[in-house]
Design a protein around this ligand. Structure first.
Ligand code: ATP
Length: 238
């Protein structure tokens, strides 16, 4: 775990605009502490997904600094940002981004193929990467009969849970979830959040969770509206 002096994520004087558009994000300062669970909300189009892309180094800010585990992402090459992302963070996207032709278990194991560190952590905890994938899937309510099935042959709610298992395998320090419960029923949602919180606790991981479902906010250490830290005006009609 990091000490309180070093935030897991730190943003200073960030400015970002999509090409040809007005500035979308103007954030003076933001920190996410190690182990903190943050609920991030804001209207549709206000820039939440864009911010997550900046934190993962998928996009790079035009000005200011975004650091993850003390690394200034703007100073790293695209390849180095990709490596840092896969080693230390797990993402659950709105569109899941599963590889449709791969089996469920292969999708979950994928981060461990790209990150020796995550493979080692999964093996240390579960005996093997395959066992780690299998246990996570079962804890998310996806029985063994589904593990060999192609990802695109699952329901949307099941695919969302596969994406969660993939994000959590190998215990990354940061879990970023963008509307991860939108396709789940109330029971699956509660089980999903229980597992997400338990896995983050076990790994000492921080959780940055974006959702429009305000009823979930009290479950988190902190709830933040993007408008509280963003001085830019979202585009008209957003
Ligand atoms: N790849 C892109 N290229 C150009 N503009 C983009 C791109 N992605 C997002 N935008 C623009 O950035 C603005 C914010 O989008 P973003 O997806 O970050 O909002 P959001 O708060 O996550 O919305 P939602 O809650 O609907 O998911 C929108 O005006 C959108 O059109």
């Amino acid at each position: 775990m990091n000490t309180s002096a070093s935030a897991l994520i730190e943003i200073d004087a960030l400015g970002f605009a999509w090409p040809g558009q007005a500035e979308l994000l103007d954030i003076t300062h933001f920190r996410l502490e190690a182990g903190e669970r943050l609920f991030l909300k804001g209207p549709s189009g206000s820039g939440k997904t864009t911010l997550l892309g900046l934190l993962g180094g998928v996009q790079v800010a035009q000005r200011g600094r975004v650091s993850l585990l003390g690394h200034d992402l703007g100073r790293l090459s695209a390849g180095a940002r990709d490596r840092l992302r896969v080693e230390h963070s797990g993402y659950i996207f709105q569109q899941f981004n599963l590889l449709p032709f791969l089996a469920v278990r292969d999708n979950v194991e994928l981060p461990c193929r790209f990150s020796a560190r995550r493979a080692a952590r999964a093996t240390a905890r579960h005996g093997s990467v395959a066992a780690a994938a299998s246990e996570l899937l079962e804890r998310l309510g996806l029985g063994r009969a589904l593990h060999g099935r192609r990802a695109d042959q699952l329901s949307i709610g099941q695919q969302q849970r596969v994406a969660a298992a993939r994000a959590l395998i190998g215990q990354p320090e940061l879990v970023i979830a963008d509307e991860p419960t939108s396709a789940l029923d109330a029971d699956s949602r509660a089980a999903f959040l229980d597992l997400l919180f338990a896995e983050c606790r076990a790994a000492g991981a921080s959780l940055l969770f974006v959702s429009h479902d305000r009823s979930l906010a009290p479950l988190f250490d902190r709830a933040l509206d993007l408008a509280e830290i963003n001085r830019a005006q979202p585009p008209a009609g957003a």
